[in-house]
Design a protein around this ligand. Sequence first.
Ligand code: SAH
Length: 208
Amino acid sequence: MVEQLQQRGITDTRVLTAMQKLPRQWFCPDTLLDTLLYDIDCAIQIDCSQTISKPYTVAWQSQLLGLKPLMTVLEVGTGSGYQTAVLCEMGARVFTVERQSVLFRKTRVLLSSLGYHARCFLGDCFNGLPEMRGFQYDRILVTCGAGELPLGLMQMLKTNGIMVIPIGPEGGQKMHRITKLGDTPSQWHDELLGDAYFVPMLEGKNFR
Ligand code: SAH
């Protein structure tokens, strides 16, 4: 898997080392017939009709964050926990939010049984969670596709922080990397980095 990622332009050695170390299979349902299939660059269905992202997408988003050890990262969309574990392996202090209670409960147990100390939260994180109010993160990684830039999440990013987020309608999402140079939107440096394919980020829907 790692060789394929390198061929496709992933150069961050901490991303490659983390992904080499972590079997993706640990985070997938036990349904594929051959263990090699877990390394193929495909999204795989997990519980609640959600998906674990393709390995390339996980590597690409992780690289775009430009992470340094001990940085705080807010991940929106815990899902299987694979991306969460990659960020932990890269030395980040990870806070992760999931709106589906089945996934939240299952993945929280899995991550802690594997020794990852990510803080897991249940809720709709379109605008952050009430219990996170007042806290700001070095990096925010959104692993579901937002219809528009969530302004509440931008407030939770530190100055000089980076948010990596797919934005756009289903079928037309683009990956954005937004660097927050100041509090006003004119100080947000927005880079458009290519097509993205994510399950939708849901807002204000019943989730329990
Ligand atoms: N990072 C995950 C990707 C899971 S798919 C992985 O590696 O497996 C995206 C996840 O985002 C889904 O589990 C979905 O339930 C969750 N999600 C969608 N909208 C959300 C919201 N508003 N708040 C929190 N999680 C959300």
